[in-house]
Design a protein around this ligand. Sequence first.
Ligand SMILES: Cc1ncc(C[n+]2csc(CCOP(=O)(O)OP(=O)(O)O)c2C)c(N)n1
Length: 365
Amino acid sequence: MRGKPPAPADNGKARVFQPAKANGERSLSVGSLARERCLEIHRIMVRARLMEERMIGMSKSGEGYFWIGGPGEEAFNAALGLQVKKGCGPGYDYLHLHYRNSATMVALGMPLVDGIRQMNMKFTDPHSAGRNFPGHYADKAWNVIPVSSVIEVQFAMAAGTAHVQKRHGGDGLTIVVGGEAGAAEGDFASCMIWSTRPGKELPVLIIVMNNGWGISTTHCSQHAVKHVIERGKPFGIPGEVVDGNDPVASWFAIEKAMKYCRKERKPYMLEAMVSRLYGHSSSSGAPRADEPDCIGQFEEKLLANGWIDQETIDKIHAEAEAEVEAGVAESGAEPAPKPEDIERYTYADSRVDKIYPGDYTGLPE
Ligand SMILES: Cc1ncc(C[n+]2csc(CCOP(=O)(O)OP(=O)(O)O)c2C)c(N)n1
């Protein structure tokens, strides 16, 4: 049976992969996740990684310019995207993401070619019509609020969508994601203040992706606390630190956090300890860092558990690579934005095509 992993010996229920960590962070031993789900997460992680690695190549080859993105955050981000209540409007989850969330978007269903289009600065890029940096996603149909290059502002905006959701009713929640350096600024405090007003608490899942670095600034030089979730304690915000390189531990931590926010309509904080595998961005050369790689680690565990074989892993990587290359070829042949499009999408009703009549045939409305 070429490419087919051996049948699980335990009806798809995960076995214990490794012992719990001494420091109390969640690890794979805390629960079990079905084999099919693990394989789904693995495929998403690989597809997102290969897209990003090709984008780094594009930043060096001249097919694109600036790169910033999410290699090292795929485990947590894939587990997050698969658990989002996806849809449009306050009955569904709102996502205030940061620029390292590509695996979340891939888990939601974003085709890889769309990430590549943004890197390639093509007008067909559905997130910014070729005008924004890569990883700066925006999708109205999935409640993905435009990603900001200005760090931390998403924490202040999150209170707004959560407020609407609280008034609307239902179980939709607001998910806000940022780095630990962004969490050392004022909008993070605003988020905690606004989401914990007595009687007006807000259903916000506050996620801090802690890779230890804010460009070249260390975590310990910015935070007086060991873990950012400790800052939530005076506000009464429950929280958990999770090994964000571990997709299974991340899955259960996210599941628990979401359940709390959906039911209690109050905030919860998650801090995911992750790697930053290619440095800050192309501006720092995007060299490969010597940090734990969530994909390699997960593959070792899947192999050890007999849930996949090496041949299948190689096939998944090859398929993802082919998908990425097809995306690069497709987007490479597509049109760039025109100067006269500059105001398009800037305002809700900028009517740029009336101001600058042109041929927009085949381009997004
Ligand atoms: C308000 C603001 N200040 C400074 C910057 C410059 N800047 C861009 S990314 C970054 C570091 C962010 O670190 P962190 O929040 O930990 O996220 P990471 O990039 O490590 O994922 C900084 C300081 C910015 N974009 N916005």
